[in-house]
Design a protein around this ligand. Structure first.
Ligand code: FES
Length: 194
């Protein structure tokens, strides 16, 4: 039974939420990074009216430790923004990619990559706008930051690894692409991670 992450702003019965919003502004677009701590209790913080609350049915700690699947409502994530959830204690980025981000990822000469992998192998068929990756740098395990670095994918501040909009390693010491967690679409607006 997956843990459900909702976005309605209403608390769900006897369980509560943990969510932290962060956002970074670029000249053109505000990026909201939403941090959903599946194991914590209570609203940790909010910054943007766009995301008043994130609510979920939180499992007990034992269930979390066992790695219960996490169900996420992705409908409220605007194009050009991403959220971060936690599954099995790992940060998982869910990015709603723009057509430009998709094109940049698809136009790369795959043979030129350190860890050659076409973008189509990193998204679900027909769902190129959604990229779901594990946010752990493959160098030494830091959490890379979204929308930073030359390719506006992710940038790892620890030793400078740069990932593109497909989460593939493009510069720096990381040896491989950001991993893909197991996930599936339940519908056009819901995914289950795990
Ligand atoms: S841990 Fe990311 S570059 Fe070293």
């Amino acid at each position: 039974m997956p843990v459900r992450l909702g976005w309605s702003g209403k608390s769900e019965k006897d369980r509560s939420v943990a969510a932290t919003h962060e956002h970074a502004e670029t000249q053109a677009t505000r990026r909201d990074f939403i941090y959903i701590a599946t194991g914590a209790v209570g609203v940790v913080g909010t910054t943007a009216a766009l995301w008043p609350f994130v609510s979920q049915l939180a499992p007990d700690q034992a269930t979390l430790a066992a790695g219960a699947p996490v169900e996420v409502d992705i409908a409220p994530i605007p194009v050009g923004q991403e959220i971060k959830i936690f599954w099995r204690g790992k940060p998982i980025y869910i990015r709603h990619r723009t057509p430009e981000e998709i094109k940049a990822a698809e136009d790369v000469d795959v043979a030129s990559l350190k860890d050659p992998q076409p973008d189509s192998d990193r998204v679900k068929p027909g769902k190129a706008e959604w990229l779901v990756i594990t946010g752990i740098c493959t160098h030494l395990g830091c959490v890379p930051l979204g929308y930073q670095g030359e390719y506006k994918g992710w940038f790892c501040p620890c030793h400078g690894s740069v990932y593109d909009t497909s989460g593939r390693i493009r510069q720096g010491p990381a040896p491989t692409n950001l991993p893909l967690p197991p996930y599936a679409f339940q519908s056009d607006t819901r995914i289950v991670v795990g």
